[in-house]
Design a protein around this ligand. Sequence first.
Ligand code: NIG
Ligand code: FE
Length: 415
Amino acid sequence: MAAPGWDRLWTGVQLATMTDRSLGVIRNGAIASAGGRIAWVGREVDLAAGQRREAAEVIPCGGAWMTPGLIDCHTHIVFGGDRSDDFRRRLHGESYSDIARGGGGIMSTVRATRLASMEELTRSAAARGRELGGWGVTTIEVKSGYGLDLETELRMLEVAAALPRHIPADISPTLLAAHAIPPEYAGRRSDYLKLILEAILPAALEQGHATAIDAFCEDIAFTPGEARAVLEAGIDAGLHGRLHADQLSDLGGGALAAETGALSADHLEYLSDAGVRAMASAGVCAVLLPGAAYTLGADRLPPVRALRRAGVTMAVATDANPGSSPITNVGMILNLACIRFGLTPEEALLGFTSAAARVLGLEDDRGTLEPGKRADLALWDVEDPAQLCYWMGASPLSSLVRDGVPLAVAPSSPG
Ligand code: NIG
Ligand code: FE
């Protein structure tokens, strides 16, 4: 057989390829990379002797499990300050919504983010990105939304887009100027909407970092009509649509995501049956965020069984943010997705790989172990992939590969 020209070949590996909406397990497998892409995947016995010889480097894995690099498709890791004060107030009995209405919550993070320098925002976001990397995450979606003015929204996107200079992860930046009405627009919400549509969105398009547009559709944030206007403008301009939908009440967010052609509706604790049907027929993905439901003590859970029955693709993400999900521990999120939301371990892992790639419009590029996909690979010190969801301890990541290149050490070494 002709020289395959492979840069690397991993042998003796249990592959969870995440293909066909299943773990797609290949036992005693091998996987090769060339030019940063996966060049070959299969059973080691099917590897021709010539192919093995021609690989520039062979890495024996001793039976370890490998998944694609994980994809965290919903985060807010760029922000200033912290929200331990909200945390304390909630534990003294105030609600998330009451704190938000009183100028705390998202608004306190907006104040801190506006005051933070580019360097401060970069340093803290990179630290959070490194924590995610310690759990095998190689692609992170990062939202703006704590600036709520032209300058700070663009600064957040700039910081997000530059993170790959500091951490070994790819970033998908999302414009979330429609996260809350800023205090200087109190009583003038239509003027803020105008600012988003006529100034912030055009400037973000000009800047060129954002690949998606998002809005928080909720009575403490934007009405369905306002969220629709923002999504339609962004989608018309070529961005992917996302929506924070039906988290605290049923405002028809799932159906709105379907009508606007958004790729996902996220949260969904109050999603109705009609919303499930609308999402299923439009092919909108559900992004489940058990960290937020857990942190806020949600009284309702997303209708996972109905979503499953309807065949809606379910992604899972950390929602890492200072208020409602101060969590970068992917193991904890996987565990909550199973225990609290009732996902199977297979569904939870698909939620952080192939389903998450779909949410970001990257399904042709990553999220599964298949020839042609990016060679972003995570090797795990586990006996079974379900252990990633089951054992709540230190990260079992043993090594991480980006673009076919093994990283010297895992981004953070939690254990
Ligand atoms: O996804 N729901 C709105 N946005 C974030 C919360 C942001 C915050 O509380 O700072 C979320 O949960
Ligand atoms: Fe969010």
